[in-house]
Design a binder for this molecule. Structure first.
Ligand code: SAM
Ligand code: DTB
Ligand code: SF4
Length: 326
């Protein structure tokens, strides 16, 4: 049953269940819609790194903070497609291109991204982009190029958002998400835990995500990667059980979504990650780098999945309409 009207009290009740009950219920929902022994492998590539004009307190790519990230201009189509080819060879079926822009640019740079999308789709991979805010025309052009998904996170609750991001509003985010929907592109939208938010803030984020109709097809749950130079560098980390509760609750509220165990895996033990899979996470980012921060190596992930008797999805999961003729 798909619902969009979860109350905060209902969500609190789920989230606070004894862990065995929570995992049992999340597993039951998970098994009704997904194969319990498969996870989708995704690979991220930062196609435009750093010098971002936005002020997002968690982000190493914001120009407002002095971090070790070196700014780079937009990659070439060839460099990007070489990354997509490597991703496919490593067993990923989804390739995500991230750019540190406040909003997607107009003109030649945008045309280049559109060509990247066509190239990634031509390899039989799902293509995802995250480029900041979009106009309707840009969303439509990405859709015509065959983009599978657009990632645009709500990050946290509406109430806590202003303490983390000061250069755009929650409503700006919702507006871009609506344009993505209008363009027939699936939505990838999630958030981050460990920024100093309360448990209720996390649950209000999930409430916001589940209120969307349809639900986001993809829900990345990130644990803050604390980067020196950002204002959140010293926030205490969220323990693994807390993190698992967040994953399980996301799975309960959005049964059909791909729940992606995203940033923060290096801080989780193998056991912690295994619990996340039991709680309904069914996707990971593979490869030693996320956008700018480290991530477990492919060998580690292969060993973990193998020991668990699990495997990577062999085929793309999310259906994408065929690209329009160029
Ligand atoms: N600039 C675009 C935007 O903000 O939508 C796209 C790139 S941005 C890096 C993509 C997402 O990465 C953010 O929405 C945030 O949720 C996540 N992110 C950024 N820095 C992070 C960190 N240090 N730890 C965890 N997640 C992070
Ligand atoms: C998402 O929610 N997590 C990914 C993806 N969407 C783009 C990005 C995580 C970035 C972590 C910080 C970094 O590597 O720069
Ligand atoms: Fe820029 Fe995105 Fe980082 Fe915010 S999260 S500073 S918009 S790259």
């Amino acid at each position: 049953m798909t619902r969009h009207d979860w109350t905060l009290d209902e969500i609190r009740e789920i989230h606070a269940l004894p862990l065995p009950d929570l995992i049992y219920r999340a597993q039951t929902v998970h098994r009704a819609h997904h194969s319990p022994d498969e996870v989708q492998g995704c690979v991220l590539l930062s196609i435009k790194t750093g010098n971002c004009p936005e002020d997002c307190a968690y982000c190493p790519q914001s120009a407002h903070y002095k971090t070790e990230v070196e700014g780079e201009t937009l990659l070439s189509i060839d460099e990007t497609l070489a990354g997509a080819r490597r991703a496919k060879e490593s067993g990923a079926t989804r390739f995500c291109m991230g750019a540190a822009w406040r909003d997607a640019p107009q003109g030649a740079e945008f045309d280049r991204v559109v060509e990247m999308v066509r190239g990634v789709r031509a390899m039989g991979l799902e293509a995802c982009c995250t480029l900041g805010m979009l106009t309707q025309e840009q969303a439509d052009r990405l859709g015509e190029a065959g983009l599978t998904a657009y990632n645009h996170n709500l990050d946290t609750s509406p109430e806590f958002y202003g303490s983390i991001v000061t250069t755009r509003t929650y409503q700006d985010r919702l507006d871009t998400l609506e344009r993505v929907r209008n363009a027939g592109v699936t939505v990838c939208c999630g958030g981050i835990v460990g920024m100093g938010e309360s448990v209720d803030d996390r649950l209000r984020l999930l409430q916001q995500l589940a209120a969307q109709d349809p639900h986001p097809e993809s829900v990345p749950i990130n644990s803050l990667v604390r980067v020196a130079g950002t204002p959140l560098a010293d926030r205490p980390s969220v323990g693994p059980i807390e993190f698992v509760r967040m994953i399980a609750t996301a799975r309960m509220l959005m049964p059909r979504a791909m729940v992606r165990l995203s940033a923060g895996r290096l801080a989780l033990s193998e056991e912690g990650q295994a619990l996340c899979f039991l709680a309904g996470a069914n996707s990971i980012f593979m490869g030693e780098k996320l956008l700018t921060t480290p991530n477990p190596g492919i060998g580690d992930d292969e060993r973990l999945l193998d020991r668990m008797g699990m495997r990577l999805c062999a085929e793309p999961v999310t259906e994408t309409p065929a690209p329009a003729a160029a």
